[in-house]
Design a protein around this ligand. Structure first.
Ligand SMILES: Cc1cc2nc3c(=O)[nH]c(=O)nc-3n(C[C@H](O)[C@H](O)[C@H](O)COP(=O)(O)O)c2cc1C
Length: 226
């Protein structure tokens, strides 16, 4: 497995650029830049894709990619089936790590912290904003469980679609009780900026107080070796 070696010549990140800023502000800038770049140049597909690592009951790690659906001073959040592998793992053992990676921008953000369930009101508001087909699919999938065939999955979809036909309204389909979301409440946020000759920048915000991601005083900033 070989391919051309790419020298990363991103802008990087300096201490001066984060001076006096909260991790939320810096992260928001990077997320906004990734979204804008996708709109302008199309080389950051799914800029909100975030990989979520959890551990199972034996302490073995697991990782998968979801879409970041919430991001505020409490931390990044996503929606999923609470009964999925990730749902079961995070509810039993809330230690979590996550990464947003934008290779074409030579940038990544990493989070480490604790997973907390997103409130029902937020989940319901988000669910109602999904396209009809996605709302039916949420019912259809017992996520992470085995199924005999693709056909069985499609039959289940048709059954739920017949139960709750598309009337063009947000409340056509109820929110499944097994469906919800998690938010990562971080203790550490790392900004990685790829630089030439693999001499990258890593600027880390470590929690020193109980404040939110928007609270400058709750974080210590330091540089980690690449
Ligand atoms: C770009 C992308 C976005 C995804 N978004 C979600 C999502 O928002 N929620 C979700 O549950 N799964 C999402 N998935 C599917 C997950 O990667 C994963 O297959 C699924 O959640 C089951 O994971 P688990 O068995 O570890 O719980 C996405 C996959 C990709 C590649």
């Amino acid at each position: 497995m070989t391919h051309d070696r790419l020298d990363y010549d991103g802008e990087g990140l300096s201490e001066a650029q984060v001076e006096g800023r909260s991790p939320l502000e810096v992260a928001r800038d990077w997320v906004d830049a990734a979204v804008a770049r996708q709109a302008e140049r199309g080389d950051v597909p799914e800029p909100l894709a975030i990989s979520i690592a959890s551990v199972d009951a034996d302490g073995a790690p697991n990782v998968r990619t979801v879409l970041m659906r919430f991001f505020d001073e409490r931390g990044p959040g996503f929606v999923t089936a609470l009964t999925s592998a990730k749902g079961r793992e995070l509810r039993a053992h809330p230690a979590v790590a996550a990464a947003l990676t934008w290779p074409s921008m030579f940038r990544a953000i990493r989070f480490r912290g604790t997973a907390v369930q997103v409130g029902r009101d937020e989940v319901e508001a988000y669910f109602d904003s999904r396209p009809y087909g996605s709302r039916i699919s949420a019912w259809t999938s017992r996520q992470s469980e085995p199924i005999a065939s693709r056909a069985a999955l499609e039959e289940a979809y048709e059954r739920y679609a017949a139960q709750w036909p598309d009337g063009g309204r947000a409340d056509d389909v109820p929110v499944p009780d097994f469906w919800g979301g998690f938010r990562i409440v971080p203790d550490e946020v790392e900004f990685w900026g790829g630089r030439r000759s693999r001499l990258h920048d890593r600027i880390v915000f470590s929690r020193t107080g109980s404040g939110s991601l928007a609270d400058v005083d709750a974080w210590r900033v330091w540089r980690r070796q690449p």
